[in-house]
Design a protein around this ligand. Structure first.
Ligand code: ASP
Ligand code: MG
Length: 412
């Protein structure tokens, strides 16, 4: 039997009514001749509530018990989904992570999937089960304790099952109808993409287009799992949504596929740093130890053995960064004359596989920004992405200008 993985996010299983709607979609695929593995999230808001209870009970909680509590939301929706399918005469049963068993590392609250044995579930399919409903987000460690995969981890569960069972496709049902060229709240010209390459999706996901957990896209890329992102609220349409796939499946790559942004960035400069071998290692080592997520880095030219070192990080980590470098200064690891933080910046990025073979994208981007009088503070590039830091007050204007400049409202 061909097999599909269908994942339903929290908003798609938020009420019994919505579970019924989701179950109907599953029933339709069974009628189409598929065996189906359904992955469910907890009802929307449930995981937040459970996390809150844990933190209120024990501020310095034991992560093993955190996982025992927060994984429970998925158990409820898995059982309810199986019951709903049974009411529709679809042979279904639920599987909690440990029953599969979905084996993970012991890194509680951020566990990595190590293995998904297929024998158990396949023998149930052979006996006539049509749908296996799996509680997303959870697994079991070697020590036999329940683990969770980190927030948003059900996406990763879904992709891992699709890879392990060699599914024809992995459908991710969510509350948006696909992946857009940019945030539709910022410009009404944003267009839904029919297809997007894994690498592009990875850049967009990590840049804050929160449709998929980044790890799930990495996994899909590694195992070439075709992912379709679609809404569970729209009428059934076999071509709906956005297919996230290998770039070879996309005939003509767009030079630019999307404009992403990240609103809360800060630009931090260490002034007049004594420049000698090892200084970058000392600064960024101290920041890493303090858990600061450094993104862009610029080292300016040195004059008389001193240089300015600039980096960006999330706005709410500036204080932590400040303490980390002060501490390194006190311990004699670095020497600098002061820290200047600009906390009113945002990051705008253009992403596209086609950049690899097209020159001039950066110039076109900078032109479009300068035509709006927007000053660029920091620039970084990778093979398929160009990012700039600009004043936050220009975020919307910049996204709109770039969306226009690269003609993203029209299909490529
Ligand atoms: N329920 C978990 C969360 O809210 C996992 C998921 O839905 O993907 O993070
Ligand atoms: Mg999610």
């Amino acid at each position: 039997m061909p097999l599909l993985v269908m994942k339903f996010g929290g908003t798609s299983v938020a009420t019994l009514d919505r579970i019924r709607r989701a179950a109907k979609r599953v029933g339709r695929e069974v009628a189409n001749g598929y065996d189906v593995i359904v992955i469910v999230s907890a009802m929307s808001g449930k995981t937040n509530e459970l996390v809150g209870w844990v933190e209120e009970t024990s501020p310095l909680f034991d992560a093993r018990e955190y996982d025992a509590v927060v994984s429970s939301g998925e158990n409820v929706t898995a059982g309810l989904m199986a019951l709903t399918l049974q009411e529709m005469d679809v042979p279904a049963r639920s599987w909690q992570g440990w029953q599969v068993p979905l084996k993970t590392s012991s890194a509680h609250a951020a566990a990595r999937i190590e293995e998904i044995p297929t024998e158990n579930m396949n023998s149930k399919f052979a006996e006539g089960m049509k749908v296996a409903v799996v509680a997303g987000f959870q697994g079991i460690s070697e020590e036999g304790r329940i683990t969770t995969l980190g927030r948003g981890g059900s996406d990763t569960t879904a992709v891992a099952f699709a890879a392990a069972f060699d599914a024809e496709r992995c459908d991710i049902y969510t509350d948006v109808d696909g992946v857009y060229t940019t945030d539709p709240r910022i410009t009404s010209k944003a267009r839904k993409l029919d297809k997007i390459a894994f690498e592009e999706m990875l850049e967009l996901a990590s840049l804050g287009a929160k449709v998929l957990q980044t790890r799930s896209v990495e996994l899909a890329m590694r195992f070439k799992v075709r992912l379709r992102v679609l809404s569970s609220f729209e009428e059934y349409d076999p071509t709906a949504g956005t297919l996230v796939c290998d770039e070879e499946e996309i005939m003509e790559n767009n030079v630019v596929s999307g404009v992403a942004y990240s609103r809360d960035e800060a630009k931090v400069t260490l002034m007049s740093v004594a420049d000698r071998p090892g200084v970058a290692a000392a600064i960024f080592g101290a920041l890493a130890d303090a858990g600061v997520n450094v993104d862009m880095i610029i080292q300016n030219i040195s004059e008389e053995g001193r240089t300015d070192m600039t980096f960006s990080c999330p706005t709410n980590q500036v204080t932590r960064a400040d303490h980390a470098v002060q501490d390194a200064q006190e311990r004699g690891l670095i020497n600098y004359h002061g820290l200047v933080a600009d906390t009113d910046v945002c990051k705008i990025s253009v992403v596209g596989i086609g950049m690899r073979s097209h020159a001039g994208v950066a110039a076109q981007m900078f032109d479009a920004l300068s035509a709006e009088g927007i000053n660029i503070k920091v620039i970084t590039t990778s093979e398929i992405k160009i990012s700039v830091l600009i004043d936050r007050k220009y975020l919307e204007l910049a996204v709109q200008a770039l969306h226009d400049a690269f003609g993203l409202e029209k299909a490529g």
